[in-house]
Design a protein. Sequence first.
Length: 799
Amino acid sequence: MPVSFAAMAPSMAACAIPLYLSLLVVSFLALHQASPSYASDTISPGRSLSGHQNITSAGGQFVLGFFTPTASSKNYYVGIWYNKISLLTAVWVANRETPVTDPSTSELRISDDGNLVLLDRSKGIIWSTGTAIPSNSTVAVILDDGNLQLRDAANSSQVFWQSFDHPCDTWLPGATLGLNKLTNQSQTLTAWRNKADPAPGIFSLEIDPNGTSQYYILWKMSRIYWTSGVWNDHIFNLVPEMNQNYIYDFQFVNSSTEMHFRYTVKNDSITSRQQCLVYALCGPFGSCNDVVKPFCKCIEGFRVKNQTEWDLGDQSGGCERKTPLHCGRNSSGNSETDAFLPLSNMRPPDNSQILATLGSDEDCESACLNNCSCTAYSYNATGCFVWYGALLNLQDQYGTDGSTLHLRLAASELQSSKSKKGVGTWIIVGVVVVVIIVACLAILLWRRRSRRMMRKSKAVGGSMVPFTYRELRHATKNFSHKLGGGGFGSVFEGSLPDSTVIAVKKLEGLYQGEKQFRTEVSTIGTIQHVNLVRLLGFCSEGSRKLLVYEFMPKGSLDTQLFRSNSTALDWKTRYQIAVGTARGLAYLHEQCRDCIIHCDIKPENILLDASFVPKVADFGLAKLVGRDFSRVLTTMRGTRGYLAPEWITGVAITAKADVYSYGMMLLEIVSGRRNSEQTEDGIAAYFPKLVATMLVADDVESLLDPRLGGDANLEEVERACKLACWCIQDGESCRPTMGQVVQVLEGFLDATMPPIPRSILLAETPEEIKFFSELSSEQSSQTSSCPRTQSTKSNSSGV
Ligand SMILES: *[C@@H]1O[C@H](CO)[C@@H](O)[C@H](O)[C@H]1NC(C)=O
Ligand SMILES: *[C@@H]1O[C@H](CO)[C@@H](O)[C@H](O)[C@H]1NC(C)=O
Ligand SMILES: *[C@@H]1O[C@H](CO)[C@@H](O)[C@H](O)[C@H]1NC(C)=O
Ligand SMILES: *[C@@H]1O[C@H](CO)[C@@H](O)[C@H](O)[C@H]1NC(C)=O
Ligand SMILES: *[C@@H]1O[C@H](CO)[C@@H](O)[C@H](O)[C@H]1NC(C)=O
Ligand SMILES: *[C@@H]1O[C@H](CO)[C@@H](O)[C@H](O)[C@H]1NC(C)=O
Ligand SMILES: *[C@@H]1O[C@H](CO)[C@@H](O)[C@H](O)[C@H]1NC(C)=O
Ligand SMILES: *[C@@H]1O[C@H](CO)[C@@H](O)[C@H](O)[C@H]1NC(C)=O
Ligand SMILES: *[C@@H]1O[C@H](CO)[C@@H](O)[C@H](O)[C@H]1NC(C)=O
Ligand SMILES: *[C@@H]1O[C@H](CO)[C@@H](O)[C@H](O)[C@H]1NC(C)=O
Ligand SMILES: *[C@@H]1O[C@H](CO)[C@@H](O)[C@H](O)[C@H]1NC(C)=O
């Protein structure tokens, strides 16, 4: 069957982008349905490709043939591209670095040794699949998933080579991208050099050759400048956007010979590519847009720096100012200055600097204006953000997060972009001025109102909000309803105008400057977990520092646990509280960017929401009050009875101090009693007895809160008690981590029999001390001084 010559698409000029990572996926192209069927998808010994001939996959999805990357290019490549995208979009190129100049004299054919080869005019081999083939008759077939297979002519399951194993710049659904453990070779995606040249460029993507389940983007095959984070069974850790992904299914395979990912598109009728997440894709002062083509454009007041490169698809050179900034020019006497153009809907670059001390939009603006290298500012609830130098990674049509980027331009540029036409007469000018003044007043009034309204509603829906002292005084009815007082200050109930109930904490004993306070408050504000109390806002006016939290209707755990007139919490709820609290702490210790040690874990700081879900309160405050933990100690931030021994011995405090306090609290949750009690002659501790009873008599029931009347899951009670005892070990290295605590409580790890912590033997009668220390030394001679904390279920020795 004769193959007609295909006309190259005229719109091809805007085809490839520097790096495709289908992994990161943003823009989608709906494909046209159904296409005419093509006669052949196969290159066989008797049928080669030349000139503009092509083969098309059976379902009409992909085409293999010769193409030029741009309409004006004289270089021809053999490649695979989408059949249904009118813009030629190549997914794979055979001869990336060795183009041919005349396709009609070149030939893609099966060679005598069975390989697929590309021959030039003089029949020299330009490119070959280059593999050893144990068969004397092979064919090359283009499949509907975009894979080109070289296989046995008689037996299609004997595949000798496939393009999926040699990806170029595109990762197609169904293809694997991974590591061959036998050779330590990882498959690599490499971006095109530019739109006209598919030769390997400077960016590449590969799985970690060291064997972790994360991807890197490398610059010139050396410098890592992006990592996906490790795979956690449903997303890559550092690509949280994947949580919103309902289009891709990722599958991870880790065998003795290979480790790879493969992904599938859940809906066949969409094809995807990503653009704007590529670092600095559109260069300085270029903005990227995932939705509308072209992806890159210059922001207002700027023009393309190198049109040649830009048109070839390499926009990384970016844009330059049409009019230079006034600042820095020698034009004394000239009244012209720079001004700011607000760009809403624009995602700002990441590399901002926060000037936390500036409390208003105007201050923020003038701070930026006064520094010649400041190119933009943005003022929002968190504070004043300024950007110096080139703006990278701007993203257009991003949707607004409430903040507007103010771009610095020469004032003349701003005027020309604003007033397109001159105004006729002075009368009109006068009328316009009046109208503008009225409008400004109206807008000002309206904005003041709506800002106030917005803040309040944002407090409920979104990010952290600054309040004025007056607003909070009003919300709490002049601080009339006190909920409690903790180490950091008193807490009052209040309600916002939209009747959201809040808890307002008046901080005491702060040593911090305004800037540091705001920085740390905004850090705390970003820490969100279902088992942590959420910080909604703050107030900082001079020495008045207040924090606004969500309100917890069931109050703190101590009131539920110890108050005699309250109904006893049932065991299921108690266990749920223990697990939830542990999860919250594990998050603080292990999952936040900076490890946060709470320093004051006790039932008073565990709050309960309407359905008794526990939320840890007051975290991060120890840091607010002072990074120096000795100060925390001297002001006795921690609470006696929950303080780990290292607080007293003066060694450095680690997260294990929280584990100790948690252990004490866990015993209280089980027993429904305080771990120690003030008596006339000092502090009496219950726990030595409890622990001893458990260890000696193996009688966990006696530890249980008598109010439960034995109605509890005894296996859980025992697990909790043993775990608690591990948590309160004297040596912090013997205590489990909060992560392990969660695993034990959830039953994934077993707790072995713990030794008796020495410190709890204090404050008892001499006979008891003797008895317990003997028991304890017996134990430690049996095991090592710091025995295994836990063992996994499989090799558990149990009790
Ligand atoms: C492939 O060749 C067929 C004729 O065999 C032609 O109709 C079609 O346009 C070509 N497709 C492309 C993408 O060049
Ligand atoms: C292929 O090789 C086998 C032996 O390896 C031979 O029997 C067969 O005739 C060959 N077929 C062709 C088409 O050359
Ligand atoms: C085709 O090749 C596969 C894999 O090498 C083999 O398992 C199968 O037996 C072959 N089938 C035939 C009909 O030769
Ligand atoms: C691959 O790397 C691993 C660990 O880095 C090493 O143990 C192994 O010997 C390497 N194998 C080869 C074939 O280089
Ligand atoms: C792999 O591990 C080696 C040695 O630990 C380290 O030098 C190298 O940077 C690692 N490579 C990557 C890509 O992480
Ligand atoms: C892959 O499996 C090996 C054992 O087969 C294991 O050591 C390694 O940690 C696993 N890698 C990942 C990333 O899960
Ligand atoms: C797949 O996508 C098409 C077009 O976007 C849509 O009409 C269809 O409902 C989708 N199918 C499924 C199963 O989501
Ligand atoms: C634009 O870039 C091309 C290719 O890098 C270069 O040859 C040319 O000189 C540049 N033009 C200008 C005006 O810088
Ligand atoms: C700017 O003007 C001052 C005096 O007006 C002069 O001394 C200085 O050299 C000028 N600087 C530049 C860079 O032209
Ligand atoms: C402007 O800001 C930059 C970056 O913070 C700083 O290095 C420079 O000293 C500032 N210049 C002036 C005049 O303040
Ligand atoms: C304020 O803007 C900065 C910089 O764009 C951003 O990181 C921060 O999340 C914004 N805060 C709020 C509350 O919108």
